[in-house]
Design a protein around this ligand. Structure first.
Ligand code: NAD
Length: 328
């Protein structure tokens, strides 16, 4: 049968993407919710036909351990809550999917991995693009060296952030656009090249609105030095607009623009355009995790990958602060 998923935190992503995707999944379904807002509990119960016994709040969350309908907990809360709700979920005996960024420090990532290991439960990160055909094609073209070795690679992801959102609050978000958007760029460079950076450098730019950007970076450029000497160029910002991944290799080029959206991606190569059918990245991602759980095989986007990326983010922030090259 299908595994039951409970979404924790019913904000924009849970309501706009994950719940609709769970109407299309084959190996899992929306079995429950955890919310601090009673009006949301009522609306979701009706919309998704949820039984009362599968609706939790943040106070009785731990008692989810007694509910056999829930196999998987999906943490979709603001970043600073990822660690706590993952650890408590694992202690309740559930498998976990946690949204990106995995947490706001490597130390938290370690606690999350340890808690899941101790409970004998799987941990996966909401890296949906590992299930998207356009990004998978970039990975194939790069890693299989279809156009030879990559000589240049760059990626950017930026949008204009509205004043007042939690993403601008360092205590909650853990950082600025690097935590939220830049993580896609560093992921993309790694799955396209099949390599992990050995060192990073970073430059930040003057803040345009000190009221809005109190303690986070507004715009950040960074470089990742790969083990073969290739330097990846990345950029993220909360006051610009960009969304791309470009690679130039010895015998050709390949790129996505937009690269990181939920749908409507466009891919082009020196050998012609990419053209893949529409699908739900999130449905594929959650089905793949349900199969990992059923088959007792590790997810292709495990907690260890989330930790690796938070470690790189910490190195980039150190490079930003010190102006120095920082080894990862
Ligand atoms: P959101 O602000 O729309 O939703 C956050 C939810 O958490 C809200 O329902 C809010 O009520 C609840 N919440 C509980 N305690 C809170 C607190 N102390 N402060 C603020 N909110 C609190 O955010 P979102 O866009 O849904 O993002 C949630 C998580 O999902 C983030 O970690 C984000 O990075 C991630 N996300 C991932 C993707 C993706 O494509 N994989 C897309 C969007 C968001």
């Amino acid at each position: 049968g299908k595994l039951g998923i409970a979404l924790v935190g019913l904000g924009g992503y849970a309501g706009g993407q994950l719940a609709p995707a769970l109407q299309q999944t084959e190996h899992c379904y929306l079995a429950g919710i955890v919310t601090g807002t009673p009006s949301k509990a009522i609306a979701w119960k009706e919309k998704y036909n949820l039984p009362d016994k599968n609706i939790y709040n943040y106070e009785n969350y731990d008692s989810i351990k007694d509910n056999p309908d829930i196999d998987i907990i999906y943490v979709v809360l603001p970043n600073h809550m990822h660690a706590e709700y993952t650890v408590r979920g694992a202690k309740a005996g559930k498998h976990i999917i946690c949204e990106k960024p995995m947490a706001i420090t490597v130390a938290e990532c370690d606690q999350m991995i340890a808690a899941c290991k101790e409970a004998g439960k799987q941990l996966s990160i909401g890296y949906r693009l590992h299930f998207d055909p356009y990004n998978l094609e970039m990975k194939r073209l790069g890693q299989q060296k279809v156009y030879g070795d990559i000589k240049k690679i760059s990626s950017g992801f930026s949008f204009v952030a509205q004043k007042g959102i939690w993403r601008l609050d360092k205590k909650i978000a853990g950082g600025g656009p690097l935590m939220d958007l830049g993580v896609y760029c560093l992921q993309a460079v790694m799955y396209t090249t099949g390599m992990e950076p050995v060192a990073v450098t970073a430059q930040t730019f003057p803040i345009s609105d000190p009221d809005k950007f109190k303690d986070i970076e507004e715009t950040l450029a960074w470089q990742m030095e790969m083990p073969n000497g290739l330097i990846a160029e990345c950029r993220t910002s909360y006051s610009e607009s960009s969304n791309f991944l470009k690679a130039e290799a010895e015998k050709g080029w390949f790129e996505l623009q937009p690269a990181f959206n939920y749908s409507g991606l466009k891919g082009n190569t020196s050998g012609g355009q990419m053209d893949y059918p529409r699908l739900s990245q999130q449905a594929k991602q959650m089905d793949a995790f349900a199969l990992s759980v059923k088959n007792k095989q590790q997810s292709i986007v495990p907690g260890e990958m989330g930790r690796r990326d938070v470690k790189i983010i910490e190195a980039i922030y150190e490079a930003m602060k010190t102006g120095k090259r920082v080894t990862v």
